[in-house]
Design a protein around this ligand. Structure first.
Ligand code: ZN
Length: 129
């Protein structure tokens, strides 16, 4: 079956609720939503988790560099910033930045701009080569 979140073929597809919309998700994308079968209160999403989900929403039209996590990591360390310090700079939770650097989620367009500005890097592929 195909994952409706990332579009990948997966043997383990579950129905989740993503922002109230029913979607089929693979194991990797499953954590972005709430499993449908479980009662809502079983998975309490705290504020930070909500922020991560918002920022990590997939924008498949995005022309992010393939190694965006690495690029962010290198630039952040060059400036001597911890996840927490960078997070404070751009008003995002450190755990979100950690997940972006590990490339487990893709940053939103808005977050990309913020990261590019804060780290003085380019995160999108050059257009029209
Ligand atoms: Zn998926």
């Amino acid at each position: 079956m195909l994952c409706e979140v990332c579009g990948k073929e997966s043997g383990c597809i579950k129905t989740i609720l993503l922002d109230g919309i029913e979607m089929l998700a693979c194991e990797e994308c499953f954590s972005f939503g709430v499993e449908k079968e479980k009662p809502r209160e079983a998975k309490k999403i705290d504020f930070e988790e909500k922020e991560i989900r918002k920022a990590g929403q997939f924008d498949l039209g995005l022309d992010l560099k393939k190694s965006f996590g690495k690029a962010i990591s290198v630039a952040r360390q060059k400036q001597g910033l911890t996840f927490e310090e960078l997070g404070k700079k751009i008003f995002e939770p450190a755990s979100l930045l950690r997940r972006i650097e590990s490339e487990s989620i893709k940053p939103s367009d808005k977050l990309i701009s913020k990261l590019e500005k804060a780290l003085k890097i380019q995160l999108k592929e050059e257009q029209g080569q």
